[in-house]
Design a protein around this ligand. Structure first.
Ligand code: PMP
Length: 285
């Protein structure tokens, strides 16, 4: 059975799912995307992902040719067509094919693509023991150059930092903004716990406002854990009691070492564990 991909208006077999070499998504990273996840047949926070997708598109003057309802149905149908109850969905909207110049006005037919796949998780031991990460020298894109709140197809900034992490033997890397403040990791948001309170950088630190981040903020609130957005520098991370990352693929994962400094006791801490369990109950796993 070939994998089925949603392309614009219908589900087609993988080998028929093709975009033009003139598509500005390919030529310039001109487009937007989302990564979503389904648990036991239900897409987690589908509306929030669609809102973020349409907001990203709005910010780059890209008119998505389908309504939110139609795209929502496409996500659900693509998962079903591939018999995936627990899966990962990549939703991509490209600018469409045009000339070899940058001009987006000379493109047509934005491509709406939905790919459903099995979810490739970090190995179990990463969750049990926590991650080691390093700070990348590559700064997070300055928001005056390109707002990190836009989830665009241009991820080279994050990839450069990811390479630094991988070269240091780490699967994630910390990114700072142009002021040297903590922003986020290459594909995850970051939190610290200090004296039982949760802290995370605000959107204007130059982050993508993660949907998992928002869910964890809500869960902390419900559990009576004080949480606030705060400007953080690396010293705040090195001296925190606990640190963890959040993201659609990673969910909630502990960080136990940053730049060779052991964080807290060097093992996943109690608040991280509590929020991990709360997140699992939220997605009913
Ligand atoms: N930051 C970046 C740069 C990301 O790409 C992502 C998504 N992979 C996140 C944070 C986490 O966002 P979400 O919880 O919505 O997946």
């Amino acid at each position: 059975m070939p994998r089925m991909i949603f392309m614009n208006d219908s589900l087609v077999p993988e080998h028929e799912a093709k975009v033009s070499v003139f598509d500005h998504g390919l030529l310039y990273g001109d487009g937007v995307f989302e990564g979503l996840r389904s648990y036991a047949g239900t897409v987690f926070r589908l509306d929030e992902h669609l809102d973020r997708l349409y907001a990203s598109a709005r910010a780059i003057c890209l008119e998505i040719p389908l309504s939110k309802d139609v795209v929502a149905r496409a996500v659900v149908d693509t998962l079903a067509a591939n018999h995936l109850a627990d899966g990962y969905v990549r939703l991509v909207v490209t600018r469409g094919a045009g000339g070899l110049g940058l001009d987006p006005n000379k493109t047509s037919n934005p491509q709406v693509i939905v790919i459903a796949d099995t979810i490739s998780l970090y190995p179990r031991e990463y969750y049990d023991r926590g991650l080691r990460i390093v700070t990348a020298a590559t700064q997070r894109t300055h928001s005056a150059a390109l707002s990190p709140r836009i989830k665009s197809l241009n991820y080279l900034n994050n990839i450069m930092a990811k390479l630094e992490g991988l070269q240091a033997g780490c699967v994630e890397a910390l990114m700072l903004n142009h002021k040297g403040e903590v922003a986020e990791c290459t594909g995850d948001n970051i939190f610290v716990v200090r004296a039982g309170k949760l802290l995370t950088p605000p959107p204007d630190a130059g982050i993508l406002e993660g949907i998992t981040r928002n869910a964890v903020l809500e869960l902390a609130d419900q559990a009576g854990i004080a949480c606030r957005e705060a400007t953080l520098v690396r010293h705040d991370l090195y001296t925190a009691d606990e640190c963890f990352l959040t993201g659609t693929a990673a969910e909630v994962i502990s960080v136990v070492e940053i730049d060779g400094r052991r964080i807290g006791a060097g093992v996943p801490g109690p608040v991280t564990k509590q929020l991990t369990e709360a997140f699992h109950s939220l997605v009913k796993r």
